[in-house]
Ligand binder design. Structure first.
Ligand code: GNR
Ligand code: NI
Length: 172
């Protein structure tokens, strides 16, 4: 297994739209294993392939307290959603920023697992939030896109400043 590099906003590659996986083979299973290791190490509750610069519809999630309920979503589709709720969100690609986002309260999805078998899952609470957050990544969308222009500008400035500081450290 390997820990993969996570892209940081405003990297343009985060805007890439992911393609469906045609066949769940060993290459995809290796990607899923590496994504789990990357997510658990970060640590995060979810990770989309887009964030590690692989533009395929692959997501890993574990919202459990003990980190023992890994979920793999390949080619996920929302088949039902209801309600609406607000949740404070963060993102491994937008470090140190936490903002409130409004999303569906419950979602029902269809997806493939690591073996290529289709399953249906009903989710609420944090799992529902996380699934919607990760599926946005696959469309090239980030949670900061939902914020007011003013908040968005503030965050962009902060991220660009952090980026400049990083590159300065890299040369010194
Ligand atoms: O680790 C994460 N925590 C989180 C908290 C609230 C809402 C969404 C998330 S997902 C995030 C990991 C991540 O960036 N996944 O794309
Ligand atoms: Ni994210």
């Amino acid at each position: 297994m390997a820990i993969l590099d996570i892209l940081h906003y405003p990297d343009k590659r985060l805007r890439t739209v992911a393609k469906p996986v045609e066949k769940v083979d060993d290459t995809i299973r290796k990607l899923v294993d590496d994504m789990f290791e990357t997510m658990y190490t970060a640590p995060g509750i979810g990770l989309a392939a887009t964030q590690v610069d692989v533009h395929l519809q692959v997501i890993v999630i574990d919202v459990s307290e003990d980190k023992n309920q890994p979920l793999c979503l390949i080619n996920p589709k929302i088949i039902d959603e209801e309600g609406s709720e607000s949740c404070d969100e963060g993102c491994l690609s937008v470090p140190d920023i936490y903002e409130t986002v409004r999303r569906s309260e419950k979602v029902t999805i269809k997806a493939l697992d690591q073996n290529g078998d289709e399953y249906t899952l009903q989710a609420d609470e944090m799992l529902a939030v996380c699934i919607q957050h990760e599926m946005d990544h696959l469309k090239g969308k980030l949670f900061v896109d939902y914020l007011s222009p003013l908040k968005f500008q503030r965050i962009k400035k902060r991220m660009l400043k952090a980026l400049r500081e990083e590159s300065r450290q890299a040369v010194s």
